[in-house]
Write a protein that binds this ligand. Structure first.
Ligand code: GTP
Ligand code: SPV
Ligand code: MN
Length: 592
């Protein structure tokens, strides 16, 4: 059990509102101990040792994976639970058809009944955190109260956590209140509720990822998107990457792809061997907060300071930087083990599993050795490509916004929107095959506007209107694109090699922003001609590039009809200009 009396006296008196809230929560949840987290490395080590001693964490091979540990979660608790996630606004329409909703008063009664006495015999951890660089005007703070030391360790890696955050909270006089308990991990008693009007979150019954690390999806997307609308900025499910060309110019891109659709990999891309002098700088891998700047450009900060990344598929060939980065001081969750206690997952080319992610002797009949949504948690600074501007208070200027999804058919490798409004339509029209990042069925195409279906904290109709308004404030708005790395041939094989070779597509995107790359106009936007993309040395199958760049107007008509039906669910809240843009898009495919 953690005892840290010196923390209690100093941190507990730093902000009266935080202390009062901690007292109130302690009265409700009745913990045996209260532990204020200072965010120090020493504290991290103490908590990790306690979890190892309690066998809640397993040690990994200290020679090959120093400082690394393994967490095996409850098998019923392995991903976000979208059907149990709610946005509780006073007015149901403000949450919109894109969210599950319960009236706030009822939600509080229901959640407080679950929280009553739930921390008896446990420690209540107070986790002050800052989303974004401590000294950035764009950053926003919160406090997570949790009874999970595993959550505390993750929050230490994922956010600026502890004393400095609490000092900022005392200055800001404002913070998001996030209350979390793992409860008894009974899926019948699991809910993640958001109260954007109160800047608060209550999460019970899960210890996993986005359900439990409340700074991430709950705060930095659902609550922040609501705050962003009232304050004139955008909180988005986007990576931020800087691409440096051999001339030393760096262009920053913000890319929104749905969960497990390639953000971390693109943010850490390794250029193909033929791309001498090109460098990639990672600013963020999952979330971007975007602000119109005084110069009329759009600026991005990454509110996080670590990565909670998908493990399967990571190897020395697909992502050398990620592969190297997670060999020390990393928390692995739900991977398998080799005979010599190294972590193992599907896609690794060396080693073999003997224990699976449920702690059983590995048997292929039980399915994959590592869970498909197994994750690494690691400090961003361990990334060899960590951007020098990742901590810049003002963020980085964005040249292009790129939407994408996982589509076996239809969406070409890349296309460019005509202008901001058309780009908003392209984003609102994103659809993608579902993945193991959430508990529902995998591989089903669903509408996922701006990759924000699970994360927008308010009505999508209002959200699209807000996107249009933000664009109107920009003298030099980013160009908007759409990509699809996941198009397949008739045998089900990916047509595009992906990973590092995606730089070939990003290069065209950057050159379009500079005005130096060619394109041709199609019914859905500007596409490169096959000759405009550098595919030298790829050894693509004959005809593959043509297939990757095909636009089939009949199929797109069906797609746009689907978007129209989807928009209808949002009724009057869909901006008239966006509906008109969709009508022009429909007309173009009908006459193509
Ligand atoms: P979240 O953390 O859930 O938001 O996911 P993400 O968008 O960061 O996805 P990530 O980069 O972790 O990739 C998810 C899966 O897609 C992994 O198994 C990757 O190996 C795989 N993947 C990533 N990029 C590509 C690509 O360009 N082509 C192919 N075929 N697979 C990819
Ligand atoms: C996602 O699902 O988009 C993630 C993982 O980034 S989680 O933090 O669990 O939401
Ligand atoms: Mn994500």
């Amino acid at each position: 059990m953690a005892t840290a009396t010196q923390h209690v006296t100093s941190l507990a008196t730093m902000d009266r509102d935080v202390s009062a809230w901690v007292d109130e929560v302690a009265r409700l949840t009745q913990p045996d101990h209260i532990f204020w987290c200072d965010g120090s490395d020493a504290e991290y080590q103490v908590l990790q040792r306690e979890l190892l001693a309690a066998k809640e964490l397993l040690p990994l091979n200290p020679q090959s994976f120093p400082g690394c540990v393994l967490s095996l979660s409850n098998p019923s608790d392995v991903a976000r639970v979208e059907h149990l996630t709610f946005v509780c606004t006073k007015n149901k329409d403000d949450a919109g058809p894109n969210n599950h909703w319960i009236a706030p008063a009822q939600a509080h009664v229901q959640m407080d009944a679950l929280f009553a006495g739930c921390m008896q015999g446990r420690t209540l951890y107070v986790v002050p955190y800052c989303m974004g660089p401590i000294d950035s005007p764009f950053s926003r703070c919160g406090v997570e109260i949790t009874d999970s030391a595993y959550v505390v360790l993750n929050m230490k890696l994922m956010t600026r956590m502890g004393r400095a955050a609490l000092e900022r909270i005392a200055r800001d006089a404002k913070f998001v209140r996030g209350l979390h308990s793992t409860g008894d991990l009974n899926p019948q008693r699991r809910f993640i509720m958001h109260f954007p009007e109160e800047l608060s979150i209550k999460s019970f019954g899960s210890g996993y990822g986005g359900n439990a690390l409340l700074g991430k999806k709950c705060h930095a997307l659902r609550i922040a998107s609501w705050q962003a609308r009232t304050e004139g900025w955008l909180a988005e499910h986007m990576l931020i990457v800087g691409i440096e060309n051999p001339q030393g110019e760096i262009y920053y891109l913000a890319c929104a792809f749905p969960s497990a659709c390639g953000k971390t990999n693109l943010a850490m891309l390794i250029p193909p061997a033929s791309y001498k002098g090109w460098k990639i700088w990672t600013v963020g891998d999952d979330i971007a907060w975007l602000h119109p700047g005084k110069d009329g450009r759009l600026y991005a900060i990454n509110p996080e300071s670590g990565y909670f990344g998908v493990v399967p598929g990571t190897n020395a060939k697909t992502n050398r930087n990620a592969y190297d980065m997670i060999r020390r001081d990393t928390i692995f969750t739900n991977v398998a083990l080799t005979a010599d206690n190294q972590p193992w997952w599907e896609g690794l080319t060396e080693g073999k599993p003997v224990i699976d992610w449920q702690g059983r002797p590995y048997d292929p009949a039980n399915g994959p050795a590592a869970h498909a949504n197994s994750r690494f948690t690691v400090a961003a600074k361990q990334n060899p490509g960590y951007s020098k501007l990742a901590d810049a208070p003002g963020g980085v200027p964005i040249s292009a916004i790129v939407f994408g999804g996982r589509r076996r058919t239809l969406a070409p490798l890349v296309y460019q929107a005509r202008n901001w409004l058309h780009g908003v339509l392209v984003g609102a029209g994103v659809a993608s095959e579902t993945t193991a990042a959430a508990t529902d069925a995998v591989g089903v195409v669903r509408r996922d506007p701006m990759a924000m279906k699970p994360f927008a904290g308010y009505n999508f109709g209002d959200y699209w209107a807000h996107w249009i308004n933000v664009g109107a404030k920009l003298k030099s708005p980013p160009q908007i694109f759409h990509v699809n790395w996941f198009r397949r041939d008739s045998a089900g094989k990916f047509l595009w090699p992906g990973y590092g070779d995606n730089l070939r597509v990003l290069r065209w995107i950057i050159d379009r922003c500079k005005g130096t790359a060619k394109a041709h106009d199609t019914a859905i936007g500007y596409l490169p001609n096959a000759a405009d993309l550098d595919v030298q040395g790829l050894g693509l199958a004959p005809g593959a590039i043509d297939e990757l760049l095909t636009v089939n107007p009949e199929l797109w008509q069906v797609e746009f009809d689907g978007i129209q039906e989807y928009f209808a669910e949002f009724g009057e809240r869909v901006p008239a200009s966006l509906k008109a843009e969709l009508q022009s898009a429909l007309l173009r495919v009908r006459t193509a």
